[in-house]
Write a protein that binds this ligand. Sequence first.
Ligand code: AMP
Ligand code: MG
Length: 327
Amino acid sequence: MLGLGIESTAHTFSCAIIKKKSGRGKILSDVRKIYRPPDGEGIHPREASRHHVENSAGVLSQCFKEAKVSIRDVEMISYAAGPGLGPCLRVGAVVARSLASYYDIPIYPVNHAIGHIELGKLLTGASDPLVLLVSGGHTMLLAFLERQWRVFGETLDITLGQMLDQFGRSLGFASPCGRDIELLASDSSNYVSLPYSVKGNDVSFSGLLSAAKPVAEKNRADACYSLQETAFAMITETVERALSFTRKKELMIVGGVAANRRLSAMLGNACKRHRARFYAVPIKYAGDCGSQICWTGLLESQVKKGARLGDTMVMQSWRLDTVRIDY
Ligand code: AMP
Ligand code: MG
Protein backbone atom coordinates (compact mmCIF):
# COMPACT_ATOMS: atom_id res chain seq x y z
CA MET A 1 0.00 0.00 0.00
CA LEU A 2 1.23 3.48 -0.86
CA GLY A 3 0.60 6.30 1.63
CA LEU A 4 1.10 10.06 1.78
CA GLY A 5 1.65 11.67 5.21
CA ILE A 6 1.51 15.39 6.04
CA GLU A 7 3.09 16.97 9.12
CA SER A 8 2.48 20.60 10.14
CA THR A 9 2.11 20.65 13.93
CA ALA A 10 4.70 23.38 14.68
CA HIS A 11 7.84 24.59 12.86
CA THR A 12 7.97 21.92 10.17
CA PHE A 13 5.86 21.44 7.06
CA SER A 14 6.67 18.04 5.65
CA CYS A 15 5.23 15.49 3.23
CA ALA A 16 6.38 11.88 2.91
CA ILE A 17 5.49 8.87 0.81
CA ILE A 18 5.95 5.36 2.18
CA LYS A 19 5.33 2.01 0.55
CA LYS A 20 4.11 -0.64 2.99
CA LYS A 21 4.40 -4.31 2.12
CA SER A 22 3.79 -7.20 4.56
CA GLY A 23 4.53 -5.19 7.72
CA ARG A 24 7.60 -3.44 6.32
CA GLY A 25 7.78 0.18 5.28
CA LYS A 26 10.03 1.77 2.68
CA ILE A 27 10.33 5.57 2.77
CA LEU A 28 10.27 6.70 -0.86
CA SER A 29 10.50 10.41 -0.03
CA ASP A 30 10.41 12.74 2.96
CA VAL A 31 10.59 16.45 2.13
CA ARG A 32 10.60 19.20 4.78
CA LYS A 33 10.64 22.96 5.07
CA ILE A 34 11.29 24.38 8.53
CA TYR A 35 10.09 27.78 9.72
CA ARG A 36 12.93 29.64 11.45
CA PRO A 37 11.93 32.57 13.66
CA PRO A 38 14.31 35.56 13.92
CA ASP A 39 17.31 34.97 16.27
CA GLY A 40 16.33 35.13 19.92
CA GLU A 41 12.57 34.69 19.20
CA GLY A 42 10.23 31.71 19.54
CA ILE A 43 7.69 30.27 17.09
CA HIS A 44 4.94 32.73 16.24
CA PRO A 45 1.98 30.48 15.32
CA ARG A 46 0.61 32.87 12.69
CA GLU A 47 4.00 33.34 11.03
CA ALA A 48 4.68 29.60 11.10
CA SER A 49 1.30 28.88 9.50
CA ARG A 50 2.05 31.46 6.77
CA HIS A 51 5.34 29.70 6.16
CA HIS A 52 3.48 26.40 5.80
CA VAL A 53 0.92 27.89 3.40
CA GLU A 54 3.69 29.34 1.24
CA ASN A 55 5.67 26.10 1.17
CA SER A 56 2.97 23.42 1.06
CA ALA A 57 2.63 23.19 -2.75
CA GLY A 58 6.42 23.10 -3.29
CA VAL A 59 7.01 20.46 -0.59
CA LEU A 60 4.18 18.31 -1.92
CA SER A 61 5.35 18.36 -5.55
CA GLN A 62 8.98 17.70 -4.52
CA CYS A 63 7.75 14.77 -2.44
CA PHE A 64 6.03 13.16 -5.45
CA LYS A 65 9.00 13.91 -7.68
CA GLU A 66 11.50 12.22 -5.34
CA ALA A 67 9.22 9.21 -4.79
CA LYS A 68 8.63 8.95 -8.54
CA VAL A 69 4.90 8.37 -8.04
CA SER A 70 1.76 10.37 -8.78
CA ILE A 71 -1.17 11.33 -6.54
CA ARG A 72 -3.22 8.76 -8.53
CA ASP A 73 -1.01 5.98 -7.05
CA VAL A 74 -1.65 7.06 -3.43
CA GLU A 75 -4.03 4.75 -1.54
CA MET A 76 -4.35 6.63 1.75
CA ILE A 77 -3.55 10.12 3.09
CA SER A 78 -2.78 10.86 6.73
CA TYR A 79 -2.16 14.18 8.43
CA ALA A 80 -1.08 15.22 11.93
CA ALA A 81 -4.34 16.28 13.60
CA GLY A 82 -2.70 17.24 16.93
CA PRO A 83 -1.31 18.04 19.35
CA GLY A 84 0.22 21.25 18.05
CA LEU A 85 -0.35 24.89 17.20
CA GLY A 86 -3.87 25.48 15.82
CA PRO A 87 -2.99 27.69 12.83
CA CYS A 88 -0.17 25.32 11.80
CA LEU A 89 -2.25 22.16 12.23
CA ARG A 90 -4.99 23.59 10.04
CA VAL A 91 -2.66 24.04 7.06
CA GLY A 92 -1.79 20.32 6.95
CA ALA A 93 -5.42 19.34 7.54
CA VAL A 94 -6.65 21.53 4.69
CA VAL A 95 -4.05 20.15 2.26
CA ALA A 96 -4.90 16.55 3.25
CA ARG A 97 -8.65 17.11 3.12
CA SER A 98 -8.50 18.82 -0.27
CA LEU A 99 -6.46 16.02 -1.84
CA ALA A 100 -8.53 13.29 -0.21
CA SER A 101 -11.86 14.69 -1.30
CA TYR A 102 -10.80 15.67 -4.83
CA TYR A 103 -9.07 12.36 -5.59
CA ASP A 104 -11.39 10.23 -3.43
CA ILE A 105 -8.62 8.79 -1.25
CA PRO A 106 -9.25 7.54 2.34
CA ILE A 107 -8.02 10.02 4.96
CA TYR A 108 -6.62 9.33 8.47
CA PRO A 109 -6.09 11.92 11.23
CA VAL A 110 -2.96 10.86 13.17
CA ASN A 111 -1.71 11.77 16.63
CA HIS A 112 1.68 13.43 16.13
CA ALA A 113 3.26 11.93 19.27
CA ILE A 114 2.23 8.42 18.25
CA GLY A 115 3.80 9.19 14.87
CA HIS A 116 7.17 9.76 16.59
CA ILE A 117 6.83 6.40 18.37
CA GLU A 118 5.64 4.28 15.44
CA LEU A 119 8.31 5.55 13.05
CA GLY A 120 10.89 4.98 15.80
CA LYS A 121 9.77 1.36 16.12
CA LEU A 122 9.88 0.87 12.34
CA LEU A 123 13.38 2.31 12.00
CA THR A 124 14.99 0.81 15.11
CA GLY A 125 13.25 -2.59 15.16
CA ALA A 126 12.31 -2.19 18.86
CA SER A 127 9.29 -4.39 19.61
CA ASP A 128 8.00 -3.57 23.12
CA PRO A 129 10.08 -0.65 24.39
CA LEU A 130 9.84 1.79 27.24
CA VAL A 131 9.66 5.01 25.20
CA LEU A 132 11.26 8.33 26.05
CA LEU A 133 9.62 11.01 23.90
CA VAL A 134 11.60 14.23 24.17
CA SER A 135 10.79 16.98 21.68
CA GLY A 136 9.67 20.58 21.42
CA GLY A 137 6.14 19.59 22.43
CA HIS A 138 6.68 16.55 24.68
CA THR A 139 8.66 15.17 27.57
CA MET A 140 7.08 11.82 28.38
CA LEU A 141 8.06 8.35 29.46
CA LEU A 142 5.67 5.75 28.07
CA ALA A 143 4.93 2.04 28.04
CA PHE A 144 2.33 0.23 25.94
CA LEU A 145 -0.29 -1.73 27.86
CA GLU A 146 -3.71 -3.00 26.78
CA ARG A 147 -4.04 -1.06 23.53
CA GLN A 148 -2.89 2.29 24.90
CA TRP A 149 0.35 4.11 25.67
CA ARG A 150 0.53 4.69 29.45
CA VAL A 151 2.46 7.58 30.93
CA PHE A 152 5.15 6.65 33.49
CA GLY A 153 6.36 10.20 33.94
CA GLU A 154 6.18 13.56 32.21
CA THR A 155 7.10 17.18 32.64
CA LEU A 156 5.07 19.22 35.09
CA ASP A 157 5.81 22.48 33.26
CA ILE A 158 7.87 23.12 30.11
CA THR A 159 9.26 20.33 27.91
CA LEU A 160 12.95 19.49 27.64
CA GLY A 161 13.02 20.87 24.08
CA GLN A 162 11.30 24.11 25.15
CA MET A 163 13.72 24.51 28.03
CA LEU A 164 16.72 24.14 25.69
CA ASP A 165 15.17 26.47 23.11
CA GLN A 166 14.25 29.17 25.66
CA PHE A 167 17.72 29.01 27.17
CA GLY A 168 19.34 29.09 23.72
CA ARG A 169 17.28 32.10 22.71
CA SER A 170 18.40 33.92 25.85
CA LEU A 171 21.95 33.43 24.52
CA GLY A 172 20.85 34.87 21.16
CA PHE A 173 20.68 31.58 19.21
CA ALA A 174 18.02 30.98 16.57
CA SER A 175 15.33 28.46 17.56
CA PRO A 176 15.52 25.44 17.62
CA CYS A 177 18.67 25.73 19.77
CA GLY A 178 19.39 22.19 21.06
CA ARG A 179 22.24 21.56 18.64
CA ASP A 180 23.94 24.93 19.40
CA ILE A 181 23.72 24.24 23.14
CA GLU A 182 25.17 20.76 22.64
CA LEU A 183 28.12 22.20 20.70
CA LEU A 184 28.84 24.92 23.26
CA ALA A 185 28.49 22.42 26.14
CA SER A 186 31.26 20.31 24.61
CA ASP A 187 33.71 23.21 25.32
CA SER A 188 33.30 22.84 29.10
CA SER A 189 33.57 20.23 31.83
CA ASN A 190 33.08 22.67 34.70
CA TYR A 191 29.86 21.73 36.48
CA VAL A 192 28.03 24.57 38.22
CA SER A 193 25.36 23.33 40.61
CA LEU A 194 21.79 23.92 39.32
CA PRO A 195 18.32 22.96 40.66
CA TYR A 196 17.58 19.27 40.12
CA SER A 197 13.82 18.66 40.22
CA VAL A 198 12.32 15.15 40.02
CA LYS A 199 8.92 14.79 41.70
CA GLY A 200 7.72 11.20 41.89
CA ASN A 201 8.58 10.14 38.36
CA ASP A 202 7.78 13.55 36.86
CA VAL A 203 10.26 16.30 36.10
CA SER A 204 10.16 20.10 36.23
CA PHE A 205 12.47 22.30 34.18
CA SER A 206 11.37 25.90 34.74
CA GLY A 207 13.48 26.46 37.90
CA LEU A 208 16.51 24.99 36.15
CA LEU A 209 15.99 27.36 33.21
CA SER A 210 15.79 30.44 35.46
CA ALA A 211 18.86 29.41 37.47
CA ALA A 212 21.00 28.70 34.38
CA LYS A 213 20.57 32.17 32.87
CA PRO A 214 22.74 34.06 35.41
CA VAL A 215 25.41 31.34 35.10
CA ALA A 216 25.55 32.09 31.35
CA GLU A 217 26.36 35.73 32.11
CA LYS A 218 29.66 34.53 33.66
CA ASN A 219 30.47 31.65 31.29
CA ARG A 220 28.21 30.47 28.46
CA ALA A 221 29.91 27.11 27.92
CA ASP A 222 29.77 26.23 31.65
CA ALA A 223 26.08 27.14 31.67
CA CYS A 224 25.29 24.95 28.64
CA TYR A 225 27.29 22.05 30.05
CA SER A 226 25.72 22.29 33.51
CA LEU A 227 22.22 22.72 32.09
CA GLN A 228 22.58 19.58 29.95
CA GLU A 229 24.15 17.52 32.74
CA THR A 230 21.39 18.45 35.19
CA ALA A 231 18.42 18.05 32.84
CA PHE A 232 19.69 14.80 31.32
CA ALA A 233 20.50 13.32 34.76
CA MET A 234 16.91 14.06 35.83
CA ILE A 235 15.58 12.30 32.73
CA THR A 236 17.95 9.37 33.22
CA GLU A 237 16.83 8.93 36.83
CA THR A 238 13.18 8.64 35.76
CA VAL A 239 14.11 6.25 32.95
CA GLU A 240 15.99 3.99 35.37
CA ARG A 241 13.07 3.92 37.78
CA ALA A 242 10.62 3.14 34.96
CA LEU A 243 12.90 0.36 33.65
CA SER A 244 12.98 -1.21 37.13
CA PHE A 245 9.24 -0.89 37.57
CA THR A 246 8.09 -2.08 34.14
CA ARG A 247 10.95 -4.60 33.66
CA LYS A 248 11.02 -3.64 30.00
CA LYS A 249 14.05 -4.97 28.21
CA GLU A 250 14.15 -2.18 25.60
CA LEU A 251 14.40 1.61 25.82
CA MET A 252 13.69 3.71 22.73
CA ILE A 253 14.30 7.45 22.58
CA VAL A 254 12.38 9.51 20.01
CA GLY A 255 11.75 13.23 19.36
CA GLY A 256 14.10 16.02 18.31
CA VAL A 257 16.16 15.94 21.53
CA ALA A 258 17.03 12.30 20.70
CA ALA A 259 19.66 13.84 18.40
CA ASN A 260 21.73 14.81 21.48
CA ARG A 261 24.76 12.57 21.91
CA ARG A 262 25.31 13.31 25.59
CA LEU A 263 21.73 12.33 26.43
CA SER A 264 22.12 9.11 24.40
CA ALA A 265 25.36 8.30 26.21
CA MET A 266 23.74 8.73 29.64
CA LEU A 267 20.72 6.63 28.66
CA GLY A 268 22.94 4.00 27.05
CA ASN A 269 24.78 3.61 30.38
CA ALA A 270 21.51 3.35 32.28
CA CYS A 271 20.39 0.58 29.90
CA LYS A 272 23.61 -1.34 30.49
CA ARG A 273 22.96 -1.22 34.23
CA HIS A 274 19.44 -2.62 33.66
CA ARG A 275 20.42 -5.09 30.91
CA ALA A 276 18.05 -3.37 28.51
CA ARG A 277 18.72 -2.71 24.82
CA PHE A 278 18.97 0.92 23.87
CA TYR A 279 17.50 2.20 20.62
CA ALA A 280 17.73 5.79 19.39
CA VAL A 281 15.76 6.86 16.35
CA PRO A 282 18.16 7.84 13.49
CA ILE A 283 18.95 11.57 13.76
CA LYS A 284 17.41 12.33 10.34
CA TYR A 285 14.03 11.09 11.60
CA ALA A 286 14.28 12.30 15.23
CA GLY A 287 12.56 15.66 14.59
CA ASP A 288 9.10 16.20 13.12
CA CYS A 289 8.60 14.75 9.63
CA GLY A 290 5.94 13.44 7.27
CA SER A 291 7.22 9.85 7.53
CA GLN A 292 6.03 9.68 11.17
CA ILE A 293 2.52 10.59 10.11
CA CYS A 294 2.51 8.51 6.95
CA TRP A 295 3.66 5.30 8.66
CA THR A 296 1.15 5.65 11.50
CA GLY A 297 -1.64 6.30 8.97
CA LEU A 298 -0.63 3.16 7.06
CA LEU A 299 -0.79 1.12 10.29
CA GLU A 300 -4.23 2.52 11.09
CA SER A 301 -5.48 1.79 7.60
CA GLN A 302 -4.94 -1.94 8.34
CA VAL A 303 -7.71 -1.91 10.93
CA LYS A 304 -9.88 1.15 10.22
CA LYS A 305 -11.76 2.73 7.34
CA GLY A 306 -10.82 6.30 6.44
CA ALA A 307 -12.46 9.12 8.43
CA ARG A 308 -15.53 10.98 7.21
CA LEU A 309 -14.44 14.41 5.98
CA GLY A 310 -16.57 15.95 8.75
CA ASP A 311 -14.38 14.15 11.30
CA THR A 312 -11.10 15.49 9.97
CA MET A 313 -10.70 18.34 12.42
CA VAL A 314 -7.58 19.32 14.36
CA MET A 315 -7.15 18.92 18.13
CA GLN A 316 -4.51 21.20 19.62
CA SER A 317 -4.28 19.35 22.95
CA TRP A 318 -4.80 15.76 21.78
CA ARG A 319 -2.98 13.61 24.37
CA LEU A 320 -1.48 10.38 23.10
CA ASP A 321 -2.63 8.41 26.16
CA THR A 322 -6.25 8.91 25.05
CA VAL A 323 -5.71 7.13 21.71
CA ARG A 324 -6.82 3.49 21.43
CA ILE A 325 -4.51 1.48 19.21
CA ASP A 326 -5.98 -1.54 17.43
CA TYR A 327 -3.30 -2.44 14.87
P1 AMP B 1 10.70 18.09 17.43
O1 AMP B 1 9.65 18.91 18.15
O2 AMP B 1 10.55 16.62 17.61
O3 AMP B 1 10.91 18.50 16.00
O4 AMP B 1 12.08 18.44 18.16
C1 AMP B 1 12.59 19.75 18.20
C2 AMP B 1 13.38 19.93 19.47
O5 AMP B 1 14.57 19.13 19.44
C3 AMP B 1 13.83 21.37 19.65
O6 AMP B 1 13.51 21.77 20.97
C4 AMP B 1 15.34 21.30 19.44
O7 AMP B 1 16.07 22.28 20.17
C5 AMP B 1 15.66 19.90 19.93
N1 AMP B 1 16.93 19.40 19.40
C6 AMP B 1 17.29 19.23 18.13
N2 AMP B 1 18.60 18.79 18.04
C7 AMP B 1 19.05 18.69 19.32
C8 AMP B 1 20.29 18.33 19.93
N3 AMP B 1 21.34 17.97 19.20
N4 AMP B 1 20.37 18.36 21.29
C9 AMP B 1 19.30 18.71 22.05
N5 AMP B 1 18.11 19.08 21.52
C10 AMP B 1 17.98 19.08 20.19
MG1 MG C 1 7.42 16.45 17.47
